[in-house]
Design a protein around this ligand. Structure first.
Ligand code: MG
Ligand code: MG
Length: 262
């Protein structure tokens, strides 16, 4: 069942999403060779609690941490550990927050120092996939239009699209209907209506699409051991228009990639 939200509810969701955005910007300032994800996780949890939120992943089906930190061939659901990040690594940081009774959930893939051009390109194309998907997340389109746009761009670039994990509805629950796959056919799936709130999250592999779960019960890795990238935004349809509730602006400002326009 898809729960459509009121404008007021969506404004509360935006606060949760933006707290995630600011948490990820804090991570952007900390990620460098030698830093370990346990340190990042501690900082993130403190920051979220100091700002009136609750880490949403901690304790979710028993997940032990505030962040999912997925390094290199790890796709998603990596558990923060004490191993230092190395020059040339990439790390997807996924973070969820509950605030005002609503969830925010978004993710960014960071480079640790200098990263190989082919891996940098994977990251860029994965982010492009996210925004191409968002372009299709418009009133009266269908979820399959989003899925197709993500898959098409990834595969045109020769990458593998993960099938086993998908985007999702978001609201008073961290995961709601509908599922938002990163592969699919145009014109298929639920219709996009006013009040729909979803997380779109392409998981794109440099090599083949296959993934498996490690025996920690959480971490998803590529079968071929090649790197994978992951970006996630929270989207709402309000009065016929698509709004991105989360933002990468704070992160990219912290990374020196972009100057805020306002
Ligand atoms: Mg998600
Ligand atoms: Mg997420």
């Amino acid at each position: 069942m898809i729960y459509l939200k009121t404008r007021e509810e969506i404004e509360l969701m935006r606060e949760a999403s933006l707290l995630v955005s600011r948490t990820l910007a804090l991570m952007a300032r900390e990620i460098k060779p030698g830093v370990d994800a346990l340190k990042l996780d501690k900082l993130a949890e403190e920051y979220i609690r100091d700002n009136g939120g609750v880490p949403a992943f901690k304790g979710y089906h028993g997940f032990p941490a505030t962040l999912c930190t997925s390094v290199n061939e790890q796709v998603v659901h990596g558990i923060p550990n004490s191993q230092a990040l190395k020059e040339g690594d990439i790390v997807s940081v996924d973070c969820g927050v509950k605030k005002n009774g609503f969830f925010g959930d978004h993710a960014y893939t960071f480079c640790v120092g200098e990263v190989k051009p082919e891996v940098k390109r994977l990251i860029e194309v994965t982010k492009e996939c996210l925004y191409l998907g968002i372009e299709q997340a418009k009133l009266n389109n269908r979820i399959g239009d989003i899925s197709f746009a993500v898959q098409d761009h990834a595969e045109k670039n020769g990458y593998g699209v993960v099938r086993e994990l998908v985007g999702h509805g978001l609201g008073k629950n961290l995961h709601e209907d509908p599922e938002v796959p990163n592969f699919g056919k145009r014109g298929m799936g639920p219709k996009i209506k006013n009040g729909l709130t979803i997380a779109i999250e392409p998981m794109i592999n440099l090599g083949k699409k296959g993934v498996k779960q490690l025996n920690d019960g959480w971490t998803i890795v590529t079968v071929d051991g090649l790197p994978s990238a992951h970006f996630e935004h929270d989207i709402a349809i309000i009065d016929g228009k698509t709004e991105i509730l989360s933002t990468f602006d704070y992160i990219e400002e912290a990374l020196g990639l972009k100057v805020l326009s306002s």
